[in-house]
Write a new protein. Structure first.
Length: 142
């Protein structure tokens, strides 16, 4: 009868539950201590990759326009402007900071002019794309 009293003793059951909760909390904390830094590092890498893809689209457009391959340059320039607009619309999830978005916003005004020049095969488009690329790099601080 003594062993039955020990099994149903409220103090021991409460103590065991607390120990389990503490162990679960410690395991959760250990998981988070390992997960959060990796997540932050991954998020930063994704941000840098998105910025590099945007810059590369513009660089490809400038190079192709210099070479006289205006259709390929037009497609790359269009990709640049589309990617830039997409990042603007992503809000807090954007690969660009608010300051970068504010600085890059005026670049979108050149879209129609550049696309039209490229569609016409105008050599002036190469200089405009090179200037646009330099502006992008300055604003994004790459």
């Amino acid at each position: 009868m003594n062993s039955e009293n020990e099994q149903f003793e409220p103090g021991k059951t409460t103590h065991r539950i607390r120990r389990v909760i503490i162990h679960v909390d410690v395991l959760l904390l250990a998981f988070l201590l390992g997960f959060v830094p990796k997540w932050l590092k991954s998020r930063n890498a994704e941000r840098q990759l998105s910025q590099a893809r945007i810059a590369n689209s513009l660089a490809f457009a400038a190079i192709d326009a210099r070479r006289g391959d205006y259709e390929t340059a037009r497609q790359a320039a269009s990709d640049f402007f589309t990617a830039l607009r997409t990042e603007f619309n992503r809000g807090v999830d954007s690969a660009l900071s608010r300051a970068e978005i504010a600085g890059l916003q005026p670049l979108l005004t050149q879209r129609d002019e550049i696309i039209t020049l490229l569609a016409r095969g105008d050599a002036t488009s190469a200089d405009l794309l090179s200037d646009l690329y330099a502006s992008y790099r300055t604003i994004v601080n790459r």
